[in-house]
Design a protein around this ligand. Sequence first.
Ligand code: UGY
Ligand code: MN
Length: 211
Amino acid sequence: SGSNSKHLYWKVTNPTLSPSHLQENSLSGLPPYDAERFIFVVQGAVTLTNVSGISHKLTVDSYAYLPPNVEHSLKCDGSATLVVFERRHASLENQPTEQIVGSTDQQPLLETPGEVFQLRKLIPTSIPYDFNIHIMDFQPGEYLNVKEVHYNQHGLLLLEGQGIYRLGDSWYPVQAGDAIWMAPFVPQWYAALGKSRSRYLLYKDVNRNPL
Ligand code: UGY
Ligand code: MN
């Protein structure tokens, strides 16, 4: 077998649903035209450099939002694992979005009326932004009080802990590393189990008419 073929059991260490790993000295390409990009560092570190030559080193728990058609590079010195969301930006006239760099622990806790989980949002909630990323924390035994049904879609990555996700009439045991896609109007509910905190990262389309 040639050097390009994958070794036996390769899939076990490179499962379909796991984020891919940036190898040493990797350099990212750019997203497609008009696509905005959000990255979140799960492991390792990357350096984000934009056209003005300004660099940010992003370590675990840091993130960046890049508006569409903004040239930038993401360079990896050691290895890194990133969560990447890209979508065609639904832009509004004269309301551009801006580059954002931050880290979860710098974001304030937000009110969650009727709920017990802790909530942080990583992107501004203002109208120019057409999606947000929520970080939600549950202590063991805590759960969503509302069984939600809404037009918004979700992409979810469980960062810590374990629990049960209910989607419609199906119940899924989930643990850190598991990913979920929730279509519009799928009834959804989570309960945290185990002995440690559950934390998940949640993509949610907002601020645009879904029709
Ligand atoms: O904001 C949300 O829609 C969030 N609470 N949904 C979820 O956790 N499944
Ligand atoms: Mn929801």
